[in-house]
Structure formats: structure tokens, C-alpha cells
Design a protein around this ligand. Sequence first.
Ligand SMILES: NC(=O)c1ccc[n+]([C@@H]2O[C@H](COP(=O)([O-])OP(=O)(O)OC[C@H]3O[C@@H](n4cnc5c(N)ncnc54)[C@H](OP(=O)(O)O)[C@@H]3O)[C@@H](O)[C@H]2O)c1
Length: 265
Amino acid sequence: MAKYRIGFFGAGKMAEGILSAVPDKASVIMAEKIEARAAELEKKYAVRTVPDLKEVAKCASMVFLAVKPQDVDAVAAEVKPLLKSSQTLVSIVAGKTIAKLRRAFGTKVKIVRVMPNLALRANAGMCAVCGDKGVSAVTVNKVARILGAAGESVVLRERDFDAVTALSGSGPAYFAYMEEAMTEAGVKLGLKREVARLLAGQTMYGTAKYLRESGADLGEFIAGVCTKGGTTAAGMAELSNPAFKRIVADTLAAAARRSKELASG
Ligand SMILES: NC(=O)c1ccc[n+]([C@@H]2O[C@H](COP(=O)([O-])OP(=O)(O)OC[C@H]3O[C@@H](n4cnc5c(N)ncnc54)[C@H](OP(=O)(O)O)[C@@H]3O)[C@@H](O)[C@H]2O)c1
């Protein structure tokens, strides 16, 4: 049987985000049960897909677990007897701790837990990576390097994962909500909805890009664009209400609490 460097259990949206950043698609094998989805990925990336998880478990050295949380136990039941100590299982499943994954997938396979975000699909993801005890830094860094090609990755301790889930994992929804709020505010000022959406979206995208690329200090950046007596200063006088940061803090705290509950459930 041919050897594959990278395998996938599940070939959904997040798996495709990771796949698109793997340079050598010929080294990838994906197990996907939806036939039409498998055919779509084969056509788009010339990647090998199979319907059977066991085929991937038998021949890939690093396997991404990319199914929904409720499907993990069924996947584990099928592949657990096949997984070996030479293989690494990289889980991107929300709420599945390393301890839970270890119980489900057995004692042999090396386990690395990742918290990605949806921006993987635009090759601009943010992934936090954590290896089980006993997994070498070489292996953890290899996973971080692969995911880093689909955006950014950072190696962290598992105890940070509730905070990571709250900030970067759930973060795309918060930014989309901000874009929606700015779009609606633009419409109230008389702009057509599609124009307001374009202005809001491109301003968020361009500002995020500039801040990432320049590494500018956020406080200095804001002060720099708030000319005394100017329009931005007038707007910021409203936005810098302490209630705004409190709402953001409460938002992340609620998401982190839910992440903890899911992990312990
Ligand atoms: N989306 C996010 O922002 C985000 C962020 C952080 C973490 N995650 C995690 O990423 C994981 C994947 O999410 P996703 O949005 O990519 O899910 P998805 O699009 O539903 O992809 C999962 C795919 O795996 C397939 N599958 C399930 N069981 C299978 C089996 N036994 N054999 C072969 N294929 C199987 C599913 O088919 P069926 O639909 O027929 O079941 C589906 O096509 C989730 O666990 C989620 O917690 C997602």
C-alpha cells in the first residue's frame, strides 16, 4: 500500500482550508463519506479521496481529525485498532481535550490538539497547537509549520485553549458582527446597502492587513488617526465608552466559559 504523509478523517470546510496550504497534494489522502464532496476535492486539488477511514488510518503518517465533535467517537471506534505509535493524530475538533482524544483513540498514536479558525479557508487562519506530553517538539513544530502555511500558528499550553477558543476560534463571528453593525450604520447615513458593505468590509480588511504588516502599537495608531477636532476623534469619543470594552470582555468570557463546559462534558 502506498504511503501518504498527510491524511484526513473528514474532508469538510476546515479540512479543505488545511489541504489548500499543503504544497504536495500527491502526498495527501482524505477519507470523506459524502461522495459528491470527495469528487469535488479530487477535481479541484487532484487529491486522493477514499470513502473508508481505515484506508487513511493504515497509510498516513500524520492524520488530521476534521469531523464534527458528535462524529468523533464513531471515527475512533473504526480506526483505534489500526493507529500506531509512528503516527500523529492532529485534532482540530472543538471541545475535545487531549485526555478525551487519548481515551477515544488509544495509547499508541501521538496526539496533537489544534484550535483553528474559519479564516483557514482564506489562507489566513489562526491556529493554536498543543502536543500531548511525550510528543516531541519536532512533531509539534511540524504540525505548526503545516498549519502556518494556511495563515499563522502558535504553540501554546492546553490550559490556554479556552481563551484561544474564545478569542481566535470564535473571533470571526465577532468581526463579522462589527462589519454588519458598520454596514447598518452606513445605511442609516444614506448609503446603499451594498456600498456600505463594501466600505465596511474593505476598511476592516485593509486596517487588519496594515496593523499586522506594520506591527503598529494600537494606542499610537488610534491616537495618530484621531486629529484633534477631526471626524475620527468625534467618532471615537462615542466608541471609547467603557461599556464597549466591557461588552467585548463579557463576550469572550462567555465563549471561554462555554468552551470549558464543552471540554468537561
Ligand atoms: N468552522 C470553524 O470555525 C471551526 C473552528 C474551530 C474548530 N472547528 C472544528 O473543525 C471540525 C470540522 O468542522 P467543519 O466545519 O470542517 O465540518 P464539516 O464541514 O461538517 O466537515 C466534516 C466532514 O467530515 C465528514 N465525515 C463525518 N464522519 C465521517 C466518517 N466517519 N468518515 C468520513 N467522513 C466523515 C462529514 O460528512 P457528514 O456531513 O455526512 O457527516 C463532513 O463532510 C469540527 O470538529 C469543528 O469543531 C471548526
